[in-house]
Design a protein around this ligand. Structure first.
Ligand SMILES: NC(=O)c1ccc[n+]([C@@H]2O[C@H](COP(=O)([O-])OP(=O)(O)OC[C@H]3O[C@@H](n4cnc5c(N)ncnc54)[C@H](O)[C@@H]3O)[C@@H](O)[C@H]2O)c1
Length: 423
C-alpha cells in the first residue's frame, strides 16, 4: 500500500510519520513549501511538535515539493490549511488546489481522506463534484472520499497523533470501516465510525465553536466584573468546586491559533448561505476579537493615572506566541496588541524568548530596562520570574496582565499599578 500526505504542517507531518512508524507502508508527502521539504529531508522537524521531532529521528518518509510523488497512492490524506479571508469568510483555495493536485493522479479504487477542518457540506458540495469534474471518474463507483478531522494540539505533552480519539465518516459505510480500520493501525484510542460526511464535518466545527463561545462568555463576564470590581479568577475558582455542570474557562487578551478564531466562521458562512444566521457564534467572535483593544484600554487607563500618554512612553510587550511555551504566532492576539501600540506611537520594546528574531530586546532584563509599563500577552513559563520584587528592581510602574498570570496581590502590595482581564 502507498499513502500520500498532502500538506506537511502541524497536522500532515505527524500523521505521515505515525503511519510510516506504525503501519510501515510506503508513505510520501507533498508540500509546495520547498524549505519545509528540505528540512524534513535533512531530518530537521520544521514544526514545534515533540512527538514529530522524535519520530523524524527514527523513521524517514519520502517528501517532495513536486506533486508527481503522490502518483499511484491508494489513499491521499489532505492536510492543507483552511484559513479565512480578511472579511472572515472561508478561504478554501488551498483545499481546492490540493484537490486539483490529487485529481491529476486519482485512479479507480483510490480514496481521498480529508483531515483539514471544513464546514458541513464541503465534501459533498465542493470536493466530490470537483474530483468528478476534473477526472471524469464517478464517486462510489470509481473512488471514495472520507473525512477524519484532526484534533492535534501543538505543544501538548500528553495528547498527540497516537492517542487522540478520532471520528471518521465517508461516502459509504464500507469506506468508513476501511478508513477507520486504517486509523486503528496507528492510533491507540477510539476511532468512532460516523453515519456520513456532513455529520463528521459538523463534529469538528462544534468542538471548536464550543470553546470559542465559552471563552467569549468569560471574556464578557471579565468586562462586567472589571466595572463591578469583582476578581473573575477568584469567582471561577469558587464556581469550579461544583462537581458537575460547570466547566472553567479563563478570560484573556485574545484568542489565537489556527483553529478557534477561524473555524466558527466556516459554520457561520455555510449556515448563512442556507438562510440561518448564527447570531450567538458571531457575537462570540466579536467579543473575542475585541480583547486586544480591551487590553490596550486598560493600559491607557493605567497611564492616565500617571498623567502619561501611550505615545513616547516605553512599554514592553512580553510574549508574541498565541499560547504559552510554543513558537507559534498564528492568529496571535499579541500581534494585534503590538500593531495597536505601534499605531499609538508607544516606545515599544518586544520580547518573546521563542521569537528572538522578532524581539527588539535580547533578554527579559533588557526589555525591562527603562520600561514604564509592561503588557503580558503570553504566559510563557519563563515569565514566572516577574515577581513583585523583580518588577520593583526595574522600577516598573504599570503591569497589564493579559493572561492573569502574575501575582496580583503581591504586585499591588509593592505599589505597582496592576490590572488583569476581569481582575
Ligand atoms: N494546527 C492545529 O493545531 C490543527 C489542529 C486540528 C486541525 N487543524 C486543521 O488542519 C489543517 C492543516 O492545519 P496545519 O496546522 O497543519 O497547517 P500548517 O499551515 O501547519 O500546514 C499546512 C501545510 O500545507 C501546505 N500546503 C498549502 N497548500 C497546499 C497544497 N495545495 N498542496 C499541498 N500542500 C499545501 C503548506 O505549505 C503547509 O506546509 C487546517 O484545516 C487546520 O484547521 C489544525
Amino acid at each position: 500500500m502507498k499513502v500520500a500526505v498532502i500538506g506537511l504542517g502541524y497536522v500532515g507531518l505527524p500523521l505521515a510519520l505515525a503511519i510510516k512508524k506504525k503501519v510501515g507502508c510506503e508513505v510520501v508527502g507533498f508540500d509546495p513549501n520547498e524549505s519545509k521539504v528540505k528540512k524534513i529531508t535533512q531530518g530537521i522537524c520544521p514544526i514545534e511538535d515533540q512527538q514529530a521531532e522524535e519520530d523524524l529521528k527514527i523513521v524517514s518518509i519520502k517528501v517532495s515539493s513536486s506533486d508527481e510523488i503522490i502518483e499511484g497512492s491508494d489513499i491521499y490524506f489532505v492536510c492543507v490549511p483552511t484559513p479565512v479571508l480578511d472579511d472572515y469568510t472561508p478561504n478554501l483555495q488551498p483545499l481546492i488546489n490540493a484537490i486539483e493536485t490529487i485529481a491529476k493522479f486519482l485512479q479507480r479504487g483510490q480514496i481521498v481522506v480529508v483531515e483539514s477542518t471544513i464546514n458541513p457540506g464541503v465534501c459533498d458540495e465542493l470536493i466530490i463534484p470537483k474530483l468528478q469534474e476534473l477526472t471524469g471518474l464517478k464517486v462510489l463507483r470509481d473512488f471514495n472520499v472520507a473525512h477524519c478531522p484532526e484534533r492535534i494540539n501543538p505543544g501538548d505533552p500528553k495528547w498527540n497523533v497516537y492517542n487522540i480519539p478520532r471520528n471518521v465518516g465517508a461516502t459509504n459505510m464500507e469506506t468508513t470501516r476501511f478508513i477507520a480500520d486504517f486509523y486503528r493501525k496507528f492510533i491507540d484510542a477510539e476511532i468512532n465510525e460516523m453515519p456520513d460526511l456532513k455529520t463528521v464535518e459538523a463534529t469538528k466545527i462544534i468542538e471548536n465553536t464550543f470553546r470559542d463561545i465559552n471563552i467569549a462568555f468569560v471574556n464578557e463576564i471579565a468586562k462586567s466584573f472589571d466595572i463591578l470590581g469583582i476578581d473573575i479568577i477568584a469567582v471561577i475558582k469558587g464556581a469550579s468546586n461544583k462537581p458537575f455542570a460547570f466547566l472553567p474557562h479563563y478570560p484573556g487578551c485574545g484568542v489565537g491559533g489556527h483553529c478557534i478564531p477561524v473555524d466558527p466562521y466556516y459554520l457561520i458562512d455555510r449556515a448563512m448561505k442556507s438562510g440561518f444566521e448564527h447570531k450567538f457564534l458571531k457575537l462570540a467572535r466579536e467579543i473575542n476579537n475585541s480583547m486586544p483593544n480591551y487590553t490596550i484600554s486598560h493600559l491607557v487607563n493605567a497611564l492616565n493615572e500617571f498623567s502619561k500618554p501611550v505615545s513616547g512612553t516605553q512599554i514592553a510587550l512580553l510574549g508574541l506566541s498565541y499560547k504559552p511555551n510554543v513558537k507559534d504566532l498564528r492568529e496571535s492576539p499579541a500581534l494585534k496588541i503590538k500593531a495597536l501600540l505601534e499605531k499609538m506611537k508607544a516606545k515599544l520594546v518586544v520580547f518573546d524568548p521563542y521569537f528572538p528574531e522578532l524581539s527588539t530586546a535580547e533578554s527579559l532584563e533588557e526589555a525591562l530596562q527603562d520600561t514604564f509599563a509592561i503588557v503580558l500577552a503570553t504566559a510563557h513559563d519563563s515569565f514566572g520570574i516577574l515577581t513583585a520584587e523583580y518588577l520593583k528592581k526595574f522600577d516598573i510602574k504599570v503591569v497589564i496582565d493579559g493572561r492573569n498570570y502574575l501575582n496580583k496581590e503581591e504586585i499591588k502590595s509593592v505599589g505597582i499599578y496592576y490590572k488583569g482581564i476581569g481582575r
